[in-house]
Design a protein. Sequence first.
Length: 123
Amino acid sequence: MSTFRFTAPLFAALLAAGSAPAAPGNWTAPRLSAPPRIDGRADDPAWNSLPWHGNFTLLNRPDTAAPVETSFKIAHDGRRLYLLVRCAEPEMPKLKCEITERDGKLWRDDSIELFLDVNAGQS
């Protein structure tokens, strides 16, 4: 079975509502035999055997647990990387979603950000 391994420089951060991983981590993205259905649901069989990753803290405050649980699953099929993210937001009506222009400052809204360093810190 082929896997991709994501370390702190490669999978730099998953940010949700100002949170970050509690500590730089290693996450393995197992190779899937078939890609998951892309529909925003976690019930596809492709996700069943994969673990949830989480344990996020507040951004720039590594000793403070994020007040709302965010977790994710990660996998690949040899061509694409797949993420399933679960954000347990208790106040959905208060989410901010105002940025609509291309390449807009989405981080000013409530969002999830994913940063990949495909060169592993090399120029």
